[in-house]
Ligand binder design. Structure first.
Ligand code: PEP
Ligand code: MG
Length: 320
C-alpha cells in the first residue's frame, strides 16, 4: 500500500474532473518541515511556532527566529509557508514563558490574547517573520482571533514593525494575512474582519471545543462531540459562504482534514485548500485524486441537511 501511495508524491491534488485543491502540511518541528517538499505537498498551511520555539529556557530572539523561518523557506523550495504566531495557553504551555495560573485556561489568556498582552514578544516574532518574507512566499496567521478589535491591534503592531525595519534599513517582504477561525464568535464576526484579510483557515479542533463547550483533550467527550457534527458543519459552511462572498480564500487546518474518509465532504463544501498532518499527506492526496467534484458537491449538500450525528455519519459512510 505504501508503494501505491508513493506514486502520488509527484502528482498534484486534483479531482478526476480537474478541480484542483491546494494540499498543504501542518508542521511543528524541523523533521516535518524537511519532508514537505519530498512528499509533494504545495507548502505549509500551519507552522505551529509554539512547538518550534518551546525547547529553550528563554524564547528565541529575533535572529534565531529569523534563522528558523529562513531554513523552513529554503526547505520548501518556493512553496508557501504559513506561519502562525505563538499560540500559547490552554493545552499549549511554554515552560519559558511562566504564564500565570488561571481557573479556566482554555477561556483565558491564550493565542492572540496572550501575545497582545505581551507586545514585545509578539513584535520580536512579527519582525522575524517580515524579514524572512523577503526570502520566499510567506503567509502570517493569527490564532484565537474572535473580534475585529484584536485584528486591528495586531495589524497596528505589524505596521509598527514595518516602520522600525524601514528605519533600521533592514529588508522585509510582503506577507498575506489570515486568521485561524476557531471560535463561534470568529465565525459570526467574520464580516468585519474579512476586508482586512487575504485568507482564513478553519481550526476545527478548537472550533469544536468552543462550540460544544467540550474540552478537546478529554477522552470521555471525544465520541459524543466529534468535529463532524451538524453544528460544526453549519459553522464551517457559514465561514465558507462569508469568505467567498468577499473573495477571501478558505483553508482547513484542523485534524478532520487528515482523515481521508472526509475528503469528499471537504472538497464538496468548497475548500480551496486543506492542510493536514505530514503523515496523512499522501493518503489525503490519493483520496482527492479519486473524487469527482460534482458528486462531492452533492454529498456536501446532503450532509448539510443532516440533523443528527448518525445521519451525518451514515451519509459519509454510504458515499462511494
Ligand atoms: C485547531 O484548533 O483546529 C488548530 C488547527 O490548531 P491547534 O490544534 O494547534 O489548536
Ligand atoms: Mg487551535
Amino acid at each position: 500500500a505504501r508503494r501505491k501511495l508513493d506514486a502520488f508524491r509527484d502528482k498534484s491534488a486534483m479531482t478526476l474532473d480537474g478541480h484542483e485543491i491546494s494540499l498543504l502540511a501542518n508542521v511543528g518541528n524541523l523533521n516535518d518541515i524537511m519532508q514537505v517538499a519530498n512528499l509533494g505537498a504545495d507548502g505549509i498551511g500551519l507552522l505551529r511556532t509554539e512547538f518550534m520555539l518551546m525547547h529553550t529556557d528563554t524564547l528565541p530572539d529575533e535572529r534565531s527566529q529569523y534563522q528558523l523561518y529562513s531554513d523552513a523557506i529554503h526547505a520548501l523550495e518556493g512553496r508557501v509557508l504559513t506561519i502562525r504566531t505563538l499560540d500559547v495557553g490552554a493545552d499549549k504551555e511554554l515552560p519559558c514563558l511562566c504564564q500565570a495560573k488561571e481557573e479556566n485556561p482554555a477561556l483565558g489568556m491564550r493565542g492572540i490574547r496572550y501575545t497582545l498582552a505581551n507586545p514585545a514578544l509578539l513584535k520580536t516574532q512579527l519582525r522575524a517573520v517580515l524579514r524572512a518574507a523577503n526570502l520566499g512566499q510567506v503567509r502570517l496567521m493569527f490564532p484565537m482571533v474572535n473580534q475585529v478589535e484584536e485584528l486591528d491591534a495586531v495589524l497596528a503592531l505589524l505596521e509598527e514593525c514595518r516602520r522600525e525595519l524601514d528605519d533600521e534599513e533592514k529588508g522585509f517582504g510582503d506577507v498575506s494575512l489570515g486568521i485561524v477561525v476557531e471560535t463561534p464568535a470568529a465565525v459570526l464576526n467574520l464580516p468585519a474582519m474579512l476586508p482586512l484579510l487575504d485568507f482564513v483557515s478553519i481550526g476545527t479542533n478548537d472550533l469544536t471545543q468552543y462550540a460544544m463547550a467540550a474540552d478537546r483533550g478529554n477522552p470521555c467527550l471525544a465520541r459524543d462531540y466529534p468535529s463532524l457534527s451538524p453544528a460544526i458543519l453549519r459553522l464551517i459552511s457559514m465561514t465558507l459562504q462569508s469568505a467567498r462572498s468577499q473573495q477571501v480564500k478558505v483553508s482547513l487546518c484542523g485534524e478532520m482534514g487528515s482523515d481521508p474518509r472526509l475528503v469528499p465532504l471537504l472538497i464538496g463544501l468548497g475548500f480551496d485548500e486543506i492542510s493536514v498532518n505530514v503523515g496523512a499527506l499522501l493518503e489525503v492526496k490519493a483520496a482527492i485524486c479519486a473524487q469527482d467534484f460534482r458528486r462531492c458537491s452533492q454529498l456536501a449538500g446532503q450532509a448539510l441537511m443532516a440533523d443528527r450525528l448518525s445521519e451525518l455519519t451514515d451519509c459519509i459512510s454510504r458515499y462511494k
